[in-house]
Ligand binder design. Structure first.
Ligand SMILES: [Zn+2]
Length: 197
């Protein structure tokens, strides 16, 4: 299980002793300099069918400084993905955890929607109706981006088109010089749209 993270680290230096002596945050700094010229960027990552080790490894490889959890309820059956456990794991690799509960897909929508696709459609309508969500999300992200931090948002579904974070991220980007990068989307059956995988 730990091999996934180890394999990712090999990309940086084949010599495993290098990994042992070079703290991860030291590697991060060089990425931060590279990102300064780019449009303000938010990354996203889902944890569906991932272990906590793989998930953290992907965040570290992407040089993430802050993880914004956009689940309404930051709780999971999966070990490591409930709020306090996740926060502790992130803290160990110098990633800040923020729970943006206000940006979650409300339970009343999730419980009543007849399908996964409809659940997402209703979330989009919910964002449209409650403009303060996008405004508050923009302010939260903007605060970190102004401090040169790399921000990733997370929720369950691996593919952003299956997840409310895809809608949130695309509305954050809409009409502005901003970009969104969805990390590691492959490796799961899709929940919405073509079932071709
Ligand atoms: Zn979601």
């Amino acid at each position: 299980m730990g091999n996934r993270v180890g394999a990712a680290a090999v990309k940086v230096g084949r010599d495993s002793t290098l990994r042992a002596i070079q703290p991860r945050h030291a590697r991060r700094r060089s990425h931060a300099v590279d990102s300064r010229k780019q449009a303000p960027t938010v990354l996203t990552l889902g944890y569906q069918q991932r272990t906590i080790k793989e998930f953290i490894g992907l965040l570290v490889d992407a040089s993430i400084d802050v993880l914004i959890d956009v689940r309404e309820t930051a709780w999971s059956h999966k070990p490591g993905f409930s709020k306090s456990a996740l926060q502790a794991k992130l803290g160990a690799v110098q990633i800040e955890y923020v729970h943006a509960r206000f940006a979650g897909n409300p339970k009343r929508i999730r419980a009543k929607a007849p399908s996964h696709a409809e659940c997402l459609t209703r979330y989009a309508a919910h964002l449209k109706k409650n403009r303060s969500i996008l405004r508050d999300f923009g302010e939260l992200v903007g605060k970190y981006l102004a401090g040169r931090k790399r921000v990733c948002i997370t929720c369950y579904e691996r593919h952003p088109d299956d997840c409310h974070r895809g809608i949130l991220a695309s509305q954050w980007r809409a009409g502005r010089r901003r970009s969104v990068i969805h990390l590691a989307t492959d490796g799961c059956s899709r929940l919405v749209g073509t079932q071709s995988r």
